[in-house]
Design a protein around this ligand. Structure first.
Ligand SMILES: NC(=O)c1ccc[n+]([C@@H]2O[C@H](COP(=O)([O-])OP(=O)(O)OC[C@H]3O[C@@H](n4cnc5c(N)ncnc54)[C@H](O)[C@@H]3O)[C@@H](O)[C@H]2O)c1
Length: 372
């Protein structure tokens, strides 16, 4: 099969500008809005003054609001990027969309099935665009798999293994779990309520839905944060087996307490299998029945405006997420990770978490897709 050929080099089609407001000066400061020729960062916000100042610096944007609630009243904005804590995402995104603005949000899309419904309702009722900024979707091996699958090179993906590990030593955990002595939203947060880095590797490649799940959870009885968190969550590690809408099998892990790190997938089909590289030194291998083996990823940077072609976090995904959202708005179309894809990556984890409380009883994942 040889090398994969990159398609679709970037060329500026219009000088339209999307005016975006960016909320959340932690992870939210790591995107390239100001470098996209079709985007202007017109406002920023964080409740914390240090982070608000940081956002004004990074995005060279002097207009700063004290809160998301104030920023969304700015009618000069077309869209808002919501990079606040996970439990606030739906409340914040619904507030944004109810002002008629488009919305891109950090993962996960929601933390309960009711919230999944509320998110979709707000997007539909306001007739705006919504996108979830799932970094696994634009890791370069995922882009390659998506295109090989689309071109029929893969056959069906009969079995996949998708995983996200984020171990924390005491110093790192305390940095994430506490701010000024107060607990943050991350304190004792359930692994399977953060499923999208894993599920995105399958839903983002085949667009299958995860329809049934059996999940086991593990948590040491005296494990940090497990006895008194806001989520009544006793688990630091969760492993799920999903049935997909194509009848296939997906093994999905999200774990905080093991000594392993990063987001990784293996996709196995009848004609081809692919094994992503990983933190522990696993090589990146793609084996095809047609041979010769595929030779890694092409250079996808050419799909981006020149100024955005720089290394970034999470497998180089940040400028691709940035550019896809801006381009979708400029072209007046749904973004690649639209509200239905976002919920299809999120809801299965919510149901997996419920299954863990039932010692792995297989549960059905409801569909949030529109009737086709
Ligand atoms: N790979 C990835 O996709 C990835 C990586 C890291 C974080 N994230 C997600 O990104 C989001 C942000 O992560 P983080 O590490 O920066 O979290 P964080 O909790 O450190 O930062 C959230 C920020 O939002 C601000 N905020 C909260 N409510 C606000 C409001 N009403 N108005 C203005 N500002 C408000 C807070 O002051 C805080 O600075 C989280 O949802 C996290 O899950 C995703």
């Amino acid at each position: 099969m040889g090398a994969v050929i990159a398609r679709g080099a970037w060329a500026q089609a219009t000088d339209k500008k999307v005016r975006i407001g960016v909320v959340g000066g932690g992870f939210g400061a790591s995107f390239q809005w100001h470098l996209d020729p079709n985007c202007i960062v017109a406002a920023v916000s964080d409740l914390r003054t240090d982070r608000r100042d940081y956002l004004t610096q990074v995005y060279q944007c002097p207009t700063a609001y004290e809160s998301l609630e104030k920023l969304i009243l700015d009618d000069s904005l077309d869209a808002v990027a919501v990079f606040t804590g996970a439990p606030d995402h739906v409340r914040h995104c619904v507030a944004v969309m109810d002002t008629g603005k488009h919305c891109i949000c950090a993962v996960p899309a929601a933390t309960s099935l009711e919230e999944c419904e509320q998110l979709i309702d707000a997007k539909v009722r306001n007739n705006v665009r919504y996108m979830m900024a799932e970094t696994s979707y634009y890791r370069w091996p995922t882009i390659t798999m998506r295109e090989l699958y689309r071109d029929g090179k893969f056959g069906e993906v009969l079995y996949s293994e998708v995983e996200y590990y984020h171990p924390m030593n005491d110093a790192e955990r305390n940095g994430l779990w506490f701010y000024n002595g107060e607990r943050t939203w991350r304190y004792g947060y359930p692994p399977m309520l953060y499923p999208t880095h894993s599920t995105g590797f399958l839903v983002g490649v085949t667009r299958e839905r995860l329809t049934k799940v059996s999940c086991l959870g593990y948590g040491a009885p005296d494990g940090p944060g497990l006895s008194d968190n806001a989520y009544n969550n006793p688990y630091s590690c969760q492993a799920a087996i999903f049935r997909t809408s194509g009848g296939h099998i997906c093994r999905c892990n999200v774990m905080w307490a093991i000594w392993a790190h990063g987001e990784r997938a293996q996709w196995m089909g009848a004609r081809m299998s692919a094994f992503m590289d990983g933190w522990a030194g696993q090589p990146y291998v793609l084996k095809s029945v047609d041979g010769p083996d595929v030779l890694g990823d092409p250079n996808y940077f050419e799909r981006l405006p020149e100024a955005m072609r720089a290394e970034s976090g999470h497998g180089g995904s940040h400028p691709f997420l940035t550019h896809e959202f801006v381009t979708a708005l400029v072209e007046d179309r749904e973004p690649a990770i639209d509200v239905y894809e976002s919920v299809a990556m999120t809801a299965p984890g919510i149901v997996a978490h419920q299954s863990a409380f039932k010692n792995g009883e297989q549960l059905e994942v409801p569909s949030f897709d529109p009737e086709r």
